[in-house]
Design a protein around this ligand. Structure first.
Ligand code: 1OR
Length: 364
């Protein structure tokens, strides 16, 4: 997923005035090979890595940092919406809270420097933080000699909430960006050891599980690797049996949208008092976005359709395989709640709206 090639020089502070803000769709130029070796997370295997930790005696329980009731309350507030923690169960979550410690940041301070090795993962309690990526390019000058240039771009700004610093710890790679405090702020930090013990496995698996699905959705083409990984953190899997209604036409409480992970769905609208099928959706298709975009009621119903072939395979007389395939024949969808939709799909809104308009025109 991430192929990040960095150079030791990249960790320098950017020149004043050289920052460009991302919000435009402009991407930073590709980073050219430098002295550090490149790291590809596609080939990275966290299980092998954790076995190596264990062999080095680095699998002890994470340290516990005592907290005042006030600190616990603030921390519980700060971690509530952290997408990376979504896949953790409540026991692990309580260990996570124990393992975090407070850190203050002052304006201009580099909390993370691009190219460094990863030490902590951070959750924002308060303050504004810029994420800056410095890219280095080599071009051939008029005298045929290589000319090196560097550009620093602000690719993202966190304002009062969110988290950062997971990539280096998750994929065992150098820091992909610098994170600089813009204002005074308070952070909750979790050391590398605790992150790898408590968060790595489940969060890594979830990102891997959804990455292929999300990469195959054309509407999400505007997202970069980091944004797509964050979207994967936000998804929740849900299963439906054949004929279950996932979305009900006219429902005024539209709480999110869905991507089909497995199986099919039937879309119907009511015409002259009769429910009529208007389309079929399959793996990689999405639905439920329209009511979110238009802040209105659901315009159609969507039903789960289980694949016949799989049902037949499950009926081969073997009880165990029947039980296992009973779940297999369910339609599985990845649910994205409204709040995350609004926060994470900004770069895709134009495509979404265009698709919705085309769909409305083609619907009888
Ligand atoms: P890290 O451990 O590499 C820097 O340390 C952190 O900045 C990184 O983890 C992320 O948590 C955070 N690309 C890479 N890292 C980003 C990005 C990003 N945004 C935040 N971080 N973007 C892609 C730019 C092509 C920004 C996407 C909006």
């Amino acid at each position: 997923m991430y192929v990040i090639v960095t150079d030791d020089n990249l960790a320098r502070e950017p020149e004043p005035g050289s920052l460009r803000c991302k919000t435009s769709s402009r991407r930073p130029q590709q980073i050219r090979a430098g002295r550090r070796s490149s790291v590809s997370a596609e080939r990275y295997d966290p299980e092998r890595d954790q076995a190596a930790d264990a062999a080095n005696g680095d699998d002890t329980a994470p340290a516990v940092f005592p907290k005042t009731p006030e600190q616990r309350r603030r921390l519980a507030d700060a971690v509530r919406d952290i997408l990376l923690f979504r896949s953790l169960d409540s026991d692990v979550m309580s260990d996570v809270i124990d393992a975090m410690f407070e850190r203050r940041a002052t304006p201009g301070e580099y909390v993370i420097r691009q190219g460094d090795d990863g030490d902590n993962f951070y959750v924002i309690d308060s303050g504004v933080y810029d994420v800056i990526i410095t890219t280095r390019r080599t071009t051939i000058g008029s005298d045929d000699e290589p000319v090196e240039s560097e550009t620093s771009s602000r690719v993202l700004q966190f304002d009062g909430r969110g988290s950062f610093g997971e990539l280096a710890l998750m994929y065992n790679q150098p820091r992909a960006a610098s994170v600089v405090a813009v204002t005074e702020g308070r952070l909750w930090a979790m050391g590398r050891h605790a992150f790898r013990r408590l968060v790595l496995q489940s969060a890594f698996r979830k990102r891997q599980m959804y990455d292929r699905l999300l990469q195959a959705v054309p509407m999400l083409g505007a997202l970069d690797d980091y944004e797509r990984a964050t979207l994967a953190d936000a998804l929740r899997s849900q299963s439906f049996a054949d004929g279950d209604r996932i979305v009900a036409e006219g429902d005024t409480v539209a709480d999110g949208m869905y991507f089909i992970e497995r199986g099919e769905a039937r879309v119907t609208i009511t015409k002259d008092g009769k429910e009529t099928e208007v389309s079929r959706l399959a793996t990689g298709d999405y639905f439920g976005e329209m009511a979110l975009l238009e802040n209105g009621a659901r315009t159609a119903s969507v039903y789960a359709v289980c694949q016949q072939q799989q049902q037949q395979n499950g009926n081969n007389g073997d009880n165990n395989s029947t039980a296992a395939s009973a779940d297999n024949v369910k339609v599985r969808v990845a649910f994205l709640e409204r709040e995350s939709f609004e926060r994470l799909l900004g770069p895709c809104l134009d495509v979404l709206k265009r698709n919705t308009e085309a769909y409305q025109k083609s619907t009888p």
